[in-house]
Design a binder for this molecule. Structure first.
Ligand code: CA
Length: 632
């Protein structure tokens, strides 16, 4: 069904007119925007997503503050992120494009010394808000690069930053900072991102600013509340990116709050302990020893309680942000609050529940990428609504820039659509615009594509596409391939769009891998083995996606780390008449040179080198290129 554009424009005009009347009485014509992101929050772990079908023995987590916003705003029941785990999902949010386009489909290395980050050629949307006089601030988890002057929030469109640059953090700021400062400047400094101290703008925050028991979600909210206090009376609007790492692991909460949760929710613990969801879960049933099984059940119960406490704490802190905005009701009414999780919940021993969705964080099933989501904006949304059409987190970029009156550069690629009008009208903004989730696995790509009520899913290297109707079967339980007469036609139509989409980035390889432990990421062969490239052709079944040799990585070789022999092996796709290899330190100091003639491969012994980043300069006949290598 095509959208009735005449009707839409008419309503949009009425809304715009209404907005003009209202905004004359408020802070300014442009809305403030508070974008709150949770981390790994389960689909069922907010009240506004649970209905009477929810199996209460999985534990009900009360979220009154989120529910009050959601039920007075627009609840997006069919909201999706662009990737089922943290880093790529956040890169997509801020760049407005699928992470695969820029080789950002893995988390960044978790080492604070990494010089990698989201390419600076991509404009983050806060920069476009800054350009139209928004005050912009980021709080909490960044996960998009550490390097100052290139990848930090202040380099990407934020005026103010308070948070941490890595992908996670321990929750009690003072307790672990001692180790960081004790080892600072020594032979073995802390490099793990989870122990990187909090940062204000570009500098570490003085650890004495916090007490030993102060809790990270509280600290981040203190800063966010202070920022509202400082900016609410400004003539310029503000944009706040409140990026909590809660309730991501480690599952840490203040003990007093855990105790209070048990008192306030007296049935929770026993219900979860006796739930077949827990007792019949794979982590439990795969154990044969009854004692071990009991211990695993207790581990899951403890995880669920700690996680629930983290969610309750986050909800209360969001209530504090709301209370601060409400100190001036014209500010509150003129503020768009958008809430979502960066990916699906991680279940059982990580605490979340995704009911009624299948699977969890990391999956191409709904549990990986359909997330709790709502829009709240009193000036524009006067009664609570539910929006069941598809929404992508990629839509936030153009939506926010539009609302701010900003300009998207004509050269900017975007994968989302500006959809505030459609949201308010309940119209489908993505009729012809699928939501893709492509998640690389060991040696193959998993993928799913949502379009309207249909969803196709392929998992495993030799898997077939499955077809689901997510309107009637949100849990993806009924594969319609053999029961729906036009199933193949539906699948082929969706794949046709996917091929057009993937053609635009089929040559782009990952810019990094999250974890190079054990001498090389297990996904390397997926991307760097000439026999296997490029995989998008196999995934979507199209010869249009096959790479030619000339396209191969713009290079004529691939590098394979071998942790057993402590070497890097370089394999060329042709015989090289004149080969010069030079290995350099990360600062450019020459370490060793290797020459060869008429060779198809070469080996560099790195057994005497310390762990870290190295640069390999390759001169092969007339080709020259540079490669970053990581020795583990
Ligand atoms: Ca996450």
């Amino acid at each position: 069904m095509k959208k009735n554009n005449t009707k839409l424009k008419y309503f949009a005009l009425v809304i715009m007119f209404a907005n003009l009347i209202v905004s004359a009485q408020t802070q300014g014509s442009k809305p403030n925007i508070v974008f709150i992101l949770a981390d790994d929050l389960g689909y069922a772990d907010v009240g506004f997503n649970r209905d009477s079908s929810y199996p209460t023995d999985r534990g009900i987590i009360p979220t009154p503050n989120l529910d009050a916003l959601a039920t007075n705003g627009i609840i997006c029941t069919n909201g999706h992120v662009a990737h089922p785990f943290c880093g790529p999902s956040r890169a997509a949010l801020l760049t407005g494009i699928y992470p695969h386009r820029i080789g950002a489909q893995y988390n960044l290395p978790n080492n604070i010394t990494t010089d990698l980050g989201i390419p600076t050629s991509e404009t983050f949307f806060p920069k476009l808000l800054q350009d139209v006089n928004y005050n912009t601030a980021a709080f909490g988890k960044w996960h998009l690069g550490f390097e100052e002057g290139a990848y930090q929030p202040l380099d990407r469109g934020f005026d103010y930053f308070f948070g941490f640059l890595g992908g996670g953090k321990n929750y009690f700021e003072r307790r672990y900072e001692a180790a960081f400062y004790r080892r600072l400047g020594g032979a073995n400094p802390v490099t793990n991102e989870y122990q990187d101290p909090l940062q204000r703008n570009r500098d570490y925050v003085d650890p004495t600013e916090f007490g030993l028991d102060e809790y990270l979600t509280d600290i981040l909210t203190d800063e966010a509340v202070g920022y509202i206090d400082n900016n609410a009376s400004s003539s310029d609007p503000f944009f706040m990116y409140v990026s909590y790492n809660a309730p991501h692991t480690p599952l840490q909460a203040p003990q007093a709050e855990i105790d209070a949760f048990k008192v306030n929710n007296p049935d929770f613990e026993d219900l979860v302990r006796n739930s077949t969801y827990v007792t019949n879960s794979n982590p439990v049933t795969k154990l044969t020893d009854p004692v071990e099984r009991e211990a695993k059940i207790e581990e899951i119960v403890t995880a669920r309680i700690n996680y629930a406490t983290m969610v309750v704490n986050m909800d209360a802190n969001i209530g504090r942000i709301v209370d601060e905005l409400k100190k001036d009701m014209s500010v509150f009414n003129n503020t768009l609050i958008v809430f979502l999780s960066d990916n699906g919940g991680k279940v059982l021993t990580a605490g979340a529940v995704n009911y009624p969705l299948a699977q969890w964080k990391g999956s191409v099933n709904e549990g990986g990428h359909r997330v709790p989501m709502f829009f709240h904006w009193p000036n524009q949304i006067s009664t609570g609504q539910t929006y069941n059409h598809l929404v992508s987190a990629l839509d936030l970029y153009p939506t926010f820039v539009d609302l701010a009156g900003g300009t998207i550069p004509s050269s900017k690629t975007l994968d989302g659509v500006s959809l505030m009008d459609e949201l308010i009208l309940g119209e489908d903004a993505r009729e012809d615009n699928p939501i893709y989730v492509v998640r690389p696995q060991k040696g193959f790509q998993n993928a799913s594509i949502n379009l309207g009520k249909y969803k196709i899913v392929k998992k495993g290297g030799n898997g077939q596409w499955q077809l689901f109707d997510t309107d009637t079967d949100i849990g993806e339980t009924q594969n319609l391939v053999s029961t729906l007469s036009n199933a193949q036609e539906i699948i082929d139509d969706i794949l046709e769009k996917a091929v057009i989409w993937a053609k635009e980035f089929k040559d782009v390889k990952p810019g990094w891998f999250d974890n190079e432990r054990n001498g090389g990421h297990p996904h390397r062969t997926l991307w760097f083995d000439t026999q296997e490239l490029p995989q998008y052709d196999k995934l979507f079944g199209s010869s249009e996606l096959v790479l030619g040799v000339d396209d191969f990585f713009d290079k004529i070789y691939a590098v394979y780390p071998n942790p057993i022999t402590n070497t890097f092996n370089i394999k060329f796709n042709k015989t090289i008449r004149d080969l010069n290899l030079e290995l350099l330190s990360s600062t450019g100091k020459s370490i060793k040179k290797i020459d060869g003639a008429n060779v198809g491969e070469s080996t560099i012994d790195v057994s005497n080198l310390s762990s870290g980043m190295y640069i390999l300069r390759v001169k092969a006949d007339n080709d020259m290129s540079v490669e970053k290598l990581i020795k583990i």
